[in-house]
Design a protein around this ligand. Structure first.
Ligand code: ADE
Length: 240
């Protein structure tokens, strides 16, 4: 996958790309990320990327010309899915991350200031995405969130590819509790079943704990989930 980022503060993103899974997947050739400074496509001597809004009002607006010029240059094959990061976008979810991970070429445009000229939205952008109901000072951190989430579901990113598809949200349930050694830490004991070596019982326990945790913390996720009678009974017990 090729991923181009257009940002006003590329330095927010670039260092994170040199660490952990993000670095590993790029070194292995599974992902190419280029972070560009939008100012490189300005033509005036002040390298202006923003201007006052027509009609007045507070705040500056990202100008259309540098964004049109940059995407024209980066999307020569016209095959890119172009994302604009904004709190007005559709919420980022794990299914959306997985859909994006199947694209060959993504261009992420990071917003700043009051917003972007509407013609960028109309002519260039394929989708607008929000990483949550809060306002960041710019789209760079949101872009980094998306890049990280995509990178870890790409084939070869995790040592064990299966684990990306078994974690929280991929199955619409939160993850079950995890333990590692020691079996007894200052009197706090690991549940007996996990030490038993009985794989069927462990699997069952994990599923019940995942259901309980989801029912307690995120009951909204269960609406999407096809529950058996047995699972419903577990959830009703949690509710009581
Ligand atoms: N830019 C500013 N806030 C944002 C958010 N919540 N998601 C995506 N881009 C943003």
């Amino acid at each position: 996958m090729k991923l181009d980022v257009l940002a006003l503060f590329p330095d927010i993103i670039a260092p994170a790309l040199q660490t952990g899974i993000l670095k590993r997947i790029q070194d292995a050739g599974g992902l190419t990320v280029n972070v560009y400074n939008l100012r490189d496509w300005t033509t005036d001597k002040h390298k202006s990327v923003d201007d006052y809004p027509y009609g007045g009002g507070a705040g500056m607006i990202l100008k259309p010309e540098p964004i049109f010029a940059a995407t024209k240059e980066l999307n020569v094959e016209s095959d890119a899915h172009i994302v604009f990061l904004t709190p007005q976008g559709i919420p980022l979810t794990q299914p959306l991350v997985e859909a994006l991970s199947l694209e060959n070429h993504l261009i992420l445009i990071c917003g700043r200031y009051k917003g972007v000229d509407e013609r960028v939205r109309q002519k260039i952008v394929t989708s607008e995405i929000s990483i949550g109901d809060y306002v960041l000072s710019g789209g760079e951190i949101a872009a980094l969130v998306i890049i990280d989430a995509i990178a870890r579901v790409l084939p070869g990113a995790l040592g064990d590819f299966e684990s990306a598809h078994e974690d929280s949200f991929s199955k619409e349930l939160l993850d079950h509790p995890h333990y590692t050694r020691p079996a007894d830490y200052e009197g706090m004991k690991v549940p007996e079943v996990l030490l038993s070596g009985h794989h069927d019982n462990i699997k069952k326990w994990r599923h019940v704990e995942a259901l309980k945790r989801t029912a307690q913390r995120r009951p909204d996720l269960l609406q999407e989930y096809d529950l058996t009678d047995e699972e419903l009974a577990i959830i009703n017990k949690v509710k009581q």
